[in-house]
Design a protein around this ligand. Structure first.
Ligand code: F6R
Length: 242
């Protein structure tokens, strides 16, 4: 295992440190393949990537991206879809080619075929970096606590904890989709490098369990202890127990 822990004062600073890693990667390889995440945590990173692209420091013209997950049943232009989130918070503001951005299809007619096709695409492209956040129950992507580590992109039923956590973005908790598509833990682990960003005091407990506890599918993110190139970037609040 090679896990590097970087502690920052603020969530903004954590985003800037993560942006440094992405910048270094894009300067090393113009056609890098990036695994991306949604949620609140990556926003400072995305703002920083947009700023650096505008200033000509980084160039996304040959970059390919693959997002971790998407809600089942939401159209790409639904206000809460992860495709729309990515358009609004990153893709619409940088010089990436639309056809080079990939998010699982929420409205797939044949979900099984879509998942297999997505997983094949990710593995063939080869992720240079996978960005991760972490849920309060230790989920990564939408891989919830389970009795085994899912290997491939698949459909998941969301736990009540995740539905409650995500309800803040919807008009009511009943509007939160009950299922989603996500890269599997096996898919995530194919990335050459994993960058986990974490912020806020509410993540302090799960970060303690992640870094000090055993590797178990009951805490899906614990698998990163077995990856050979991981950087965890957290603000003081999230890493206060480490
Ligand atoms: C979303 C994703 C999720 C989030 C996690 C934390 O694409 O992969 O696993 O990273 O739910 O979300 P935030 O950052 O909102 O606390």
């Amino acid at each position: 295992m090679s896990l590097k822990l970087i502690r920052t004062n603020t969530a903004e600073e954590a985003g800037a440190v993560a942006a440094d890693i992405f910048e270094e990667q894009l300067k090393k390889k113009k056609d890098s393949v990036l695994g991306l995440a949604t949620g609140s945590t990556p926003l400072p990173l995305y703002r920083e990537l947009i700023r650096r692209e505008k200033e000509g420091i980084i160039d996304f013209s040959e970059v390919k991206t693959f997002n971790l997950d998407e809600y089942k049943g939401l159209a790409p232009d639904h206000p809460q879809s992860y495709r729309r989130f990515m358009q609004e918070n990153l893709f619409d503001h940088i010089n990436i080619r639309p056809e080079n951005t990939h998010v699982p299809q929420g409205l797939a007619v044949d979900p099984t075929a879509m998942c297999i096709g997505y997983d094949d695409m990710v593995r063939q492209a080869g992720l240079d970096i996978q960005l991760l956040g972490i849920g309060h129950d230790g989920h990564i992507g939408f891989n919830e606590p389970d009795i085994c580590f899912p290997k491939f992109t698949h459909e998941v039923q969301l736990t009540s904890m995740t539905i409650e956590a995500n309800a803040r973005f919807f008009d009511s908790i009943d509007d939160v989709p009950k299922a989603a598509f996500t890269m599997g833990i096996g898919t995530i682990m194919t990335a050459k490098k994993i960058v986990m960003v974490v912020s806020g005091a509410d993540k302090a407990g799960i970060m303690f369990d992640l870094l000090h506890g055993p590797v178990t599918p009951q805490l899906p993110a614990s698998i990163i202890q077995f990856h050979n190139d991981v950087v965890v970037i957290g603000d003081h609040a999230a890493l206060s127990r480490i």
